[in-house]
Design a binder for this molecule. Sequence first.
Ligand code: CA2
Length: 149
Amino acid sequence: MSAPKPIYVLNGPNLNLLGTREPEIYGRASLADIEQACVARAGQLGRSIVFRQSNVEGELVNWLQEAGEKACAVVLNAGGYTHTSVALHDAILAIGLPVIETHISNPAAREEFRHVSLVGKAAKGVIAGFGATSYLLAIEAAHLHAQES
Ligand code: CA2
């Protein structure tokens, strides 16, 4: 039997700064800490992950397309592009994989401009507001969804 396909965990702009500033909003964990926790959780579920971050919108589009060929699901924290990117919205629809929109903070409880999510209009579902734990919940959701389909 072949190995289960990985879950891609893709991170957008400025998330490389996690743990350095605005801890009251984004907590104290660095992106490397979150990656480590994701690898551990995925391992418990018998899954592998591919974990990446980019500040470049087109790179995230390329990775979503790659995921369409190689992954079972995508956990996507598109950062600020969540609220603006038609390109990410279209890529999510194009790949036909379950994409779980994921946020550390709860954008619905923040400024008005964060209440619109173009990513969310194409995503399977949303997990937000649980700090770094949002990623672990999203991996679990991705895993359960992949098992069902
Ligand atoms: O809560 C989230 O995960 C967000 O995706 C984070 C984005 C924000 O634009 C979204 O509305 C919600 C911002 C990421 C910026 O990350 C920073 C980390 C440390 C210091 C400064 C910014």
